[in-house]
Ligand binder design. Sequence first.
Ligand code: SF4
Length: 213
Amino acid sequence: MKGLLEIYNTLLNAYGQRHWWPAKTPFEMMLGAILTQNTTWMNVEKAIRNFGELLSPEFISSISNDELAQLIRPSGYYNQKAIKLKAFTQWFERYSYDVEKAIQMNGQFLRTELLAVKGVGCETADSILLYALNKPFFVVDTYTKRILYRLGYDLPNTYDGLRLKIEESIPSDIYLYGEFHALFVEHGKRHCKKTPSCQACPVDAVCKKRIFV
Ligand code: SF4
């Protein structure tokens, strides 16, 4: 994917560093990656706030599914998400709830494990791997696909196909991956929305789908 790094630099100049992921601890980050499925980040924050000082894998594993569902109610689909959080916490127990222990494992091995956890798909797994476990997996989401398509790239039709194509095109670097994904999200929210707002778009000069006004 020629020119991807230039796109990154242009978005970075336009929006500045995003300092993602917005979480106080790696565990909060991992939890947020599951809670954010099918909802806004504002709702995730409300759900996380409900834990107060109690947010920990030990606490989540000690309460019932119903109690957990009530705490995360603001994030929507709370009964399903409670089951997912329980399953995720069970996986994390393999590493004694210690992020540093998990980080020592091979990235591909961790990805295979995470994808076997109920409710963890590719995007969630790669978010956790990149932002909490420091493994270089590029996170592909709706914004990424929409923006790259509009910019004129020929996109593979599978998640991993696109992820690998992006990873082949830019240096393998967790900082770069983390910022680039966050910049795609920012650009998708500010300009490249469902109906794009192309006026003053920072990458309009190289865009194939620009709407002229
Ligand atoms: S010019 Fe429009 S369609 Fe192209 S990237 Fe910018 S906002 Fe999206």
